[in-house]
Design a protein around this ligand. Structure first.
Ligand code: NAP
Length: 242
């Protein structure tokens, strides 16, 4: 199991205060990493769940917010998890709901990857990036145009960055979670008809839990994944296989 160990590594997880980001931070910590729990909200709860962790304020209201984060210390693993969603019929979808989602989910993700990549390349080190994509990196969804555009973009950028950096020691991959019970999907779960329609389509027969994503993140962050580049792993209870 040694190649799955993150002992001696430092990982930074964005949006680590709650949901999938919190579960990934705890998973990386459990595999031995020191975890920098980054968020616009306090990450104290997550830090308290991990043996070796610290918190960092990082608000992607400024999509370039991470530009200074990776200089001056060695960070081996970056998990780009922070993300938002806005729902409205496409005929009514507003410009702010377009810009806010693209800024956090896509622009901030790219420039955070860039800042991390620059630091790793400058020290000729090794690095792992795990981006959080979505089923809507592959499917259209409904009433979420900026989210779908952003997550298709995350899949594309994951492949582009893998092409540029794979030979230079940085593995760039993504996880596409299925329907996971977090704040992001609360509106869907609160709508009985939508909730049932979603459950009926999931071969596993249940909503995913944030912890369901953690193992794949640990794997992609570990030396076991050294020859995996530009891949997008579905962790969806079988949704896309249906
Ligand atoms: P969540 O509980 O709503 O978590 C979203 C995280 O992103 C929170 O930590 C949130 O911080 C953070 N965030 C939002 N805006 C930010 C900003 N401006 N600056 C910094 N951080 C910000 O939802 P989640 O389901 O865990 O989502 C995590 C990721 O998984 C997202 O990229 C989402 O698109 C993706 N995903 C989720 C599902 C699902 O079914 N839940 C499926 C596919 C993909 P605050 O708590 O401060 O708002």
């Amino acid at each position: 199991m040694i190649s799955f160990s993150l002992e001696g590594k430092t990982a930074l997880v964005t949006g680590a205060n709650t949901g999938i980001g919190q579960a990934i931070a705890v998973g990386l910590g459990g595999a031995g990493a020191h975890v920098i729990c980054a968020g616009r909200s306090s990450c104290n709860e997550t830090v308290g769940m991990i043996d070796s962790a610290e918190s960092l304020r990082l608000d992607f209201a400024d999509p370039m917010a991470a530009r200074e984060v990776f200089g001056g210390r060695i960070i081996d693993i970056l998990v780009n998890n922070a993300g938002i969603i806005r729902r409205a019929d496409s005929v009514e979808f507003g410009e702010a709901d377009w810009d806010d989602v693209i800024d956090v989910n896509l622009k901030a993700l790219f420039f955070t990857c860039q800042a991390f990549g620059k630091a790793v390349l400058a020290r000729e080190g090794r690095g792992k990036i795990v981006n959080i994509a979505s089923l809507l990196s592959f499917q259209g969804g409904i009433r979420v145009p900026s989210y779908t555009a952003s997550k298709h973009g995350v899949a594309g950028l994951t492949k582009l960055l893998a092409n540029e950096w794979a030979a230079q020691g940085i593995n760039v991959n993504a996880i596409a979670p299925g329907y996971i019970a977090t704040a992001n999907t609360e509106a869907l779960r609160n709508d009985p008809a939508r909730n049932q329609a979603i459950l009926d389509r999931i071969p596993a027969g249940r909503w995913g839990r944030p912890e369901d994503i953690a193992g794949t993140a640990v794997f992609l962050a570990s030396p076991a994944a050294d020859y995996i580049d530009g891949a997008i792993f579905n962790v969806d209870g079988g949704w896309l296989a249906r």
